[in-house]
Every structure is written in C-alpha cells, then in structure tokens.
Design a protein around this ligand. Structure first.
Ligand code: ZN
Length: 204
C-alpha cells in the first residue's frame, strides 16, 4: 500500500509537469491536454466518493452516469490554464489526504468501480496510480512508459493481463509491453511466432 501511494505521488508530479502547457493536443484521439486534465481532476473527485463510501458506509458512486461524466469533462475544458492546474492540484491533494484518514477496517469496505464491479477500498490507491501514470504519458508532453517506475510497470502489466484475460503470449522490453497492453503506441513487441504483435484496443 505504501508503495502504491508513492506511485500516486510520482504520477501526480509527472502529470503536473505535463500540464505546464495545457493548450496542446494529447495522444488520446479527440482529446486535448485540457480534456485529460479535466478527466484527471474529476477522477480524483470520483475516487474521493469511493473513499467517503468506505469511511461512512453511505453509498456514493464514482459518477452519476457515463453521460454526466463525459459532459463534465467537456465543460471542464473551458477553464483557464491556471484554473485547470489548480483544480488538478486541489483535487489530487484532497483525495490524497482523504485516503490517509481511512482505518484498517474501512480499507476493507466494499465499494464499486464506475463499471459496477465490487472492489475492496484497498484498490482505490491503485486505481488512482494507474490513472495518473498512464495519462502522464497520454498528455503528450514527452513522458513515455520508459519514464515510469519499473515496479509500477510490472504491476500494471499484471493488472491488465488479469483484466483483459485473453492477451497473446508476447515479448518485448517492459515499457513497450506495458504500452502495448494499455492499448497505447508501442514498438518492439513480438507475438508468439516472432511476428510484430497486433495492437489491442485502448484500456482505461
Ligand atoms: Zn482515465
């Protein structure tokens, strides 16, 4: 858990660096850096809902609906660069300090992901870590999977393999395999017969 919280902090710092200039396209189709910034801030607030749920037992889903989530991201892009950065900073700090208040029992509480899957609250820091790490790359400000900590990349690959279920036996350098499994641009990933691996659909 301590290491996962460190990943949250490292990923947050990487995103913050990438948000120095929010007026540029991101690497995600149809999304500017502004969209990614708004999504990350809303994600921190949404995960804060799960922390509240775990602490109080009062059910509070991440988002009211996928439509509301998407409309809020779109509306968030109208904020000024300064507002986008302070929204990102404040939402990240609030989530971080709310996670620090959970007791051992509350960490074991069952909450639900945006997709409706039941999870123990102990998964919340991991959900935030993978968001800030992967989107730090997606922001398109020069950060690549090779800049992410090795132990994070190993945990990410394991998580995605488990969730995707049917990943072919592929080989390649760890950062490239992580990019491939995430459905992001990659190079040097080979399939079982040594042929270049076919891309997977985006994940997260
Ligand atoms: Zn995301």
């Amino acid at each position: 858990m301590d290491r996962v919280l460190e990943w949250v902090d490292e990923g947050t710092a990487l995103c913050r660096r990438a948000l120095a200039e929010p007026d540029a396209p991101s690497l995600l189709p149809g999304w500017s850096r502004r969209h990614v910034a708004a999504h990350l801030s809303l994600n921190a607030e949404a995960l804060g809902n799960l922390v509240h749920w775990a602490r109080t037992g009062e059910e509070r889903p991440m988002y009211p609906s996928a439509e509301v989530r998407n409309a809020e991201i779109e509306a968030g892009t109208a904020r000024s660069p300064e507002e986008l950065r302070s929204w990102f900073d404040e939402s990240a700090a609030v989530l971080r300090s709310s996670m620090a208040t959970l007791t051992d029992d509350q960490w074991q509480a069952s909450v639900r992901t945006a997709q409706g899957a039941p999870i123990p609250a102990t998964k919340i820091p991991w959900m935030r870590a993978r968001e800030v790490m992967i989107h730090a790359v997606d922001l398109g400000a020069g950060i690549t999977f090779a800049d992410l900590p090795t132990d994070f990349l190993e945990a990410l690959c394991e998580d995605i393999r488990e969730q995707r279920g049917d990943v072919p036996a592929i080989t390649g350098p760890l950062p490239q395999v992580a990019a491939y499994l995430s459905g992001r641009p990659y190079t040097d990933v080979l399939g079982p017969d040594g042929e270049p691996a076919e891309p997977l659909p985006p994940w997260l």
